[in-house]
Design a protein around this ligand. Structure first.
Ligand SMILES: [Zn+2]
Ligand SMILES: [Zn+2]
Length: 202
């Protein structure tokens, strides 16, 4: 989503908070490895080296966040980093994350709705300290609210909520399959109805 990048192409002010790492090159890597009809290498299985690189890149991004900041929940971020590094060691043939459309449709939470001292579970920064807060709520739990910038790359690669490990990508795939099945079913019923039309109402 180009608009997101432009929306955030600002310098973060130096306030002693963890600076978010620049992940712009990660997003181009991700677009290479995600299943996509628009991708140049259509139908190609992603190169394992590319998959590894993307996971490692995000791990390094989170590591720099970790070094920068005392507010972070060390355990959560550490487990996310370990998870990314071990996936980089053994890259999957298919990345099981959500797509950008899913990210774009996540519920945005207005900063006014958050408690004064609420913070992002990933970077540990208080939302209100961010001059341009952009918060999203994951559908797994009403309290699972993150900085969009912190959760987006994780969801694209992993598709899970870091807090309760609900597999949102899997749920989304199931939802889409169910929807497709319903459309097909309705289509079939419509066809059947048309056939019955004469008999019933003729
Ligand atoms: Zn954050
Ligand atoms: Zn959750």
């Amino acid at each position: 989503m180009a608009s997101y990048e432009t929306e955030h192409a600002r310098d973060e002010p130096r306030t002693g908070r963890a600076r978010r790492p620049d992940l712009s090159s990660l997003y181009s890597l991700i677009s290479e490895i995600q299943p996509s009809e628009e991708r140049n290498r259509e139908h190609a299985v992603p190169v394992p080296g590319d998959v590894s690189a993307a996971f490692r890149h995000l791990a390094e991004g989170y590591q720099s966040m970790q070094q920068d900041n005392d507010n972070v929940d060390a355990d959560l971020l550490q487990s996310m980093i370990s998870n990314l590094l071990s996936t980089a060691e053994h890259p999957p043939t298919e990345v099981k994350g959500v797509d950008e459309e899913y990210i774009a449709n996540l519920e945005r939470v207005p900063i006014k709705k958050m408690k004064q001292d609420a913070d992002c579970p990933i970077c540990g920064n208080e939302f209100r300290e961010d001059p341009y807060p952009l918060l999203v709520r994951l559908p797994c739990h009403e309290t699972h609210v993150f900085d969009l910038e912190c959760i987006r790359p994780w969801l694209l690669l992993n598709g899970t909520c870091p807090l309760d490990r609900v597999d949102l990508a899997k749920k989304e795939r199931e939802r889409k399959e169910k929807r497709l099945a319903e459309i097909k079913k309705n289509q079939k019923e419509e066809d059947d109805d048309e056939e019955e039309w004469d008999g019933l109402y003729g």
